[in-house]
Structures are given as C-alpha cells and as structure tokens.
Design a protein around this ligand. Structure first.
Ligand code: PGA
Length: 255
C-alpha cells in the first residue's frame, strides 16, 4: 500500500538573503521539472516569501511560512496572520517546530489555535512534535509525543476530523542540527505510534492518507534508508535544505 506520495520539505529557518533564496528555489525548480512522484516544499523566512513565490511561478513547489499568529488581524505587533500568508502565496505553514517550542515558549495550546486558523483559510499545517534526549532516555518518548499530539490537535480531535492534506512531522529534538539522525528503525517506531494515534482519533481512512515526515539531520546519505520505512512518508530538512547540492539529491532520492 503506498498511496502516500513522498513529501520533501526544506525549512530554511533564519537563513539566506533574498538573492540566495531566489537562486536556490530556481535551482530546485530546474531540477524537478521532470519529476512527478514527489511533493516538494520550501519554507523561507517571511521576508523572502513573496520573491520566492514569484521565482517558483508554475514550477509546482509548495511554499510554507515557518510560523504565524492565530488571529486574522488586530493589535499584535510583530505578528503575521494566516490570511497574510495566503496573500503572499503560501500553501503551508510549519507550526510548533521545536525551536519555537523551546526558544520561544510556544505551547501545544498555541499550536492548536494556529492549526485551526490555518486550516480555516486553506493553509495546510505541518505540525511538529518531538522528544528531548532526557525524555528519550527516561523512556518517555511515546508519552511526550502523545501529549503533544493531543494538545496540538485538540480542535481537530474534538471534531473527529483531520484534513487529508494535513502533515505531521516527527522531529526528535536531539537530532535537530546535531548531525545525530534517528536510525530508520527509531524513526519508524515513533511514526508507527503516531499513525496508531491517528487511527484511534480519526479512523483508519485518515490515518492511512495523512503523511508523517521525519526531521533531524536528514542528509543525502541517509534519506534512502529513512524513506524505506513503512511509516516515513517524507522529510523536513533544515541544514541540508540550504544548498542545492545537498537538497536536490534528497528530493531525487528515489529517482
Ligand atoms: P536539521 O533541522 O535538518 O538541520 O537537523 C531539521 C529541522 O529543524 O526541521
């Protein structure tokens, strides 16, 4: 059974100038024009979203913001609303990334509000969850993931429905930017757990189509092994998505 198309996403974080962003997305667009079996997404900083969208033109690359506020407008200095992201050409938004959670104090409750508001305007959320090394060592991984999922998808759980385009990303905090990737087996174990949780909350049909991405030190030399796992449907790439030389081989891992 493989109805889940591989999804390769690049999270550029707070990196790349306007020129660098546009050159990179052009290089990606050139490299995928003959490629059909994979979905590709880039997540530039807010200031590059519009020029990157223009450079994408009709190349079929999805565009994500890395965060947003849940309100549609108002006195929220420094924040960006879901409809502003739509206006800029975004198709997706990354929510609850571990850097937002750990550096900026983002809570499950915020992620839940944001995911609800994003879906309302037609933005697809990519909701991130992941345990710290201390939590893994204390064998609390599943408990932590379950609690993050329950809190971050509360609205959807209450309705018992999750859009089939929704994306989840399992990103163990200890693997992000450290060069220490989860083994394919470790990733599969948690992805399988997440899929079971989806089945319980939303039914088999939804659980079978919702894609679960792995993130944390994904590189050209580990992508194939990660993607060979039954429940790993794609990847969310940080460092290696900043250069065409490393991101393009990741996108083309199976082609
Ligand atoms: P990394 O980051 O690939 O640099 O580990 C992944 C992420 O934070 O999404």
């Amino acid at each position: 059974m493989d109805q889940r198309k591989p999804f390769i996403a690049g999270n550029w974080k707070m990196n790349l100038s306007l020129d660098e962003s546009v050159s990179l997305v052009r290089a990606i667009a050139d490299s995928i024009h003959d490629l059909e079996g994979v979905d590709v997404l880039v997540g530039p900083p807010f200031t590059s979203l519009h020029p990157v969208k223009q450079a994408i033109a009709d190349a079929g690359i999805y565009l994500a913001a890395q965060n947003m506020h849940w309100e549609s407008s108002g006195a929220y200095t420094g924040e960006i609303s879901p409809s502003m992201l739509i206006e800029t050409g975004c198709t997706h938004v990354i929510l609850g990334h571990s850097e937002r959670r750990h550096i900026f104090g983002e809570t499950d409750e915020w992620v839940d509000r944001k995911a609800k508001s994003a879906a309302k305007v037609g933005l697809t959320p990519i909701v991130c969850v992941g345990e710290t090394i201390e939590e893994r060592e204390k064998e609390r991984t599943e408990e932590v993931i379950e609690s993050q999922l329950r809190g971050s998808l509360k609205n959807f759980r209450e309705k018992g429905a999750l859009p089939s385009s929704f994306l989840l990303a399992y990103e163990p905090v200890w693997a992000i930017g450290t060069g220490q990737t989860a083994t394919p087996e470790q990733a599969q174990e948690v992805h399988h757990f997440i899929r079971q949780w989806l089945t319980q909350g939303f039914g088999t049909k939804t659980a079978e189509v919702v894609r679960i991405l792995y993130g944390g030190s994904v590189k050209p030399d580990n992508i194939k092994d990660l993607m060979s796992m039954a429940d790993v449907d794609g990847v969310l790439v940080g460092g290696a998505s900043l250069k065409a030389d490393s991101f393009i081989p990741i996108i083309r891992f199976g082609f």
